[in-house]
Design a protein around this ligand. Structure first.
Ligand code: SAM
Length: 353
C-alpha cells in the first residue's frame, strides 16, 4: 500500500483515498473528466454587476501573490492531469490576461504532452494586444464576454469596461486565427432586447454568440429572480427574429455547457441553460482556483487543496490521490435553485465560471 507522505487537507466534504483508484478521473456517475478549467488569478480589471460589483469588495479579499500557484506549480499539476487523461485546459480568472506572463504560461501548458487544446475565457479588454502572441504561444480559442452593444450600458454593467476595446479584441482574435465565441449573461431589464443584435454582431465578426442563464453564485447575493431570463425565453426571443432554431448535431464534439442551435446560413448560437435545463449528467470538468483549490462542481463549495499538497512536499502520487478525492466526491449535479438561494457561497470571480 502507498502511504501518504503529507497530510492532505480537505476544504469540503471530500475524502481523499489512501490509494488512488485505477482510473482517478472517472467519477461515481461514470463521467470521465477530460477538461480542466484553471483560474490563473482572482483579480479582474472589470467589476461586472452580476459577478464582482464594487460593493462585494469587503466580502472578497484578493489572495496575496504568495498564495497563488506559480507557473512551475501549475505546470506540475497540469502535467499530472494530462497523464491521467485531461486533454483540454481553459484559462480563466478573475481576468486571465491580467496575470503577468500569461503568454508564457500558455506556451508552457501547450507544450505539456497530452494537452490538445489550450483555450481562454476573457473579458477581451487586453485582447487587441494579446491575441496574436497568445495564438503564437498555442492558444486555439477564446470566449469573450460581451453583454451589451451599448457603450454606456457596457461601461455601467462592467463597472469600468470599454466596449470598443473589447470589440477590437474580438477582431484581433479572429484575425489571429483563434476560434472565438462571445458570452452574454442574459438579464431581463438589461440586455433582453439586444439578443438578436448581439448575435448579428458576433456573426459579422466571425464569432459564435452564446447566452448564459444567470447563476446564483455568492450565496445568491447578486441574483435577482426577476432579472433571470430562462433559456426557453432566450430561444423564443431569437426565434421571433430569426425563425425556428434547429438543434445542431455537432458530431464528435466534446460535451460542453452550451447547446448549439442553427439559424441557417451556417450561423449558430449557443445557449447555456445552467439553471432551467442543466447539463450536469455529462459534465466532464474540474475547476482549479488561482490558489490551488480543486473544485469538482461550480455549484458546490467542496474542494481539495492541491496547493497544500504541492507546498507540503507531496509526491505526484499524493497529488493523484488528492485529485481522485475531488473526482470521487463529484456530486450528481448542482443545487442552484430557482429562488436564488441554495447556491454556493463561492464567488464566480474566484472560480472563473
Ligand atoms: N474575466 C473573464 C470574463 O469576463 O469572461 C473570465 C471570468 S468570468 C467569471 C467567466 C464567465 O462567467 C463570463 O462569461 C461571465 O459573464 C460569466 N459569469 C459571471 N458571473 C456569472 C453569473 N452569476 N451567472 C452566469 N454567468 C456568470
Amino acid at each position: 500500500m502507498v502511504m501518504s507522505r503529507v497530510h492532505l487537507p480537505v476544504l469540503g466534504g471530500i475524502a481523499v483515498p489512501q490509494v488512488a483508484p485505477a482510473d482517478p478521473l472517472l467519477d461515481g456517475f461514470a463521467r470521465r473528466i477530460r477538461y480542466l478549467r484553471v483560474s490563473v488569478t482572482d483579480r479582474c480589471n472589470y467589476r461586472c454587476s452580476y459577478c464582482m460589483p464594487e460593493d462585494l469588495g469587503d466580502q472578497l479579499s484578493f489572495a496575496p501573490k504568495s498564495a497563488v500557484l506559480s507557473f512551475e506549480e501549475l505546470e506540475r499539476v497540469i502535467t499530472i492531469f494530462a497523464r491521467l487523461g485531461v486533454r483540454k485546459v481553459r484559462l480563466t480568472g478573475g481576468e486571465p490576461t491580467v496575470r503577468k506572463g500569461i503568454v508564457e504560461l500558455v506556451a508552457r501548458i501547450h507544450r505539456i504532452p497530452g494537452i490538445d487544446q489550450v483555450v481562454m475565457t476573457t473579458n477581451g479588454h487586453l485582447l487587441a494586444e494579446l491575441a496574436a502572441p497568445l495564438a503564437a504561444a498555442g492558444l486555439s480559442a477564446v470566449n469573450v464576454s460581451v453583454d451589451t452593444l451599448d457603450p454606456a450600458r457596457f461601461a455601467t454593467l462592467t463597472g469600468r469596461g470599454e466596449l470598443p476595446r473589447v470589440l477590437a479584441g474580438i477582431d484581433a482574435a479572429v484575425g489571429a486565427g483563434l476560434a472565438v465565441k462571445t458570452n452574454a449573461v442574459a438579464l431581463r431589464g438589461v440586455n433582453e432586447h439586444e439578443l438578436a443584435a448581439l448575435c448579428e454582431d458576433a456573426w459579422s465578426r466571425g464569432a459564435v454568440p452564446r447566452f448564459i442563464e444567470h447563476m446564483p453564485m455568492s450565496e445568491g447575493q447578486l441574483y435577482a429572480t426577476e432579472a433571470e431570463l430562462p433559456s426557453s425565453e432566450i430561444r423564443g426571443r431569437l426565434e421571433a427574429v430569426f425563425g425556428p432554431l434547429s438543434q445542431e448535431a455537432r458530431p464528435g464534439a466534446d460535451p460542453g455547457p452550451a447547446r448549439y442551435w442553427s439559424v441557417g446560413g451556417g450561423r449558430e448560437v449557443g445557449i447555456i441553460s445552467a439553471m432551467t435545463d442543466h447539463f450536469c449528467g455529462d459534465c466532464n470538468r474540474l475547476r482549479l482556483t488561482a490558489t490551488g483549490a480543486l473544485h469538482a462542481c461550480l455549484g458546490h463549495d467542496d474542494a481539495v487543496s492541491l496547493r497544500d499538497v504541492l507546498r507540503g512536499g507531496g509526491s505526484d502520487e499524493d497529488l493523484v490521490r488528492a485529485v481522485a478525492g475531488a473526482v470521487t466526491g463529484k456530486r450528481a449535479g448542482h443545487v442552484f435553485d430557482r429562488s436564488g438561494t441554495g447556491g454556493p457561497g463561492k464567488h464566480m470571480i474566484s472560480i472563473g465560471g
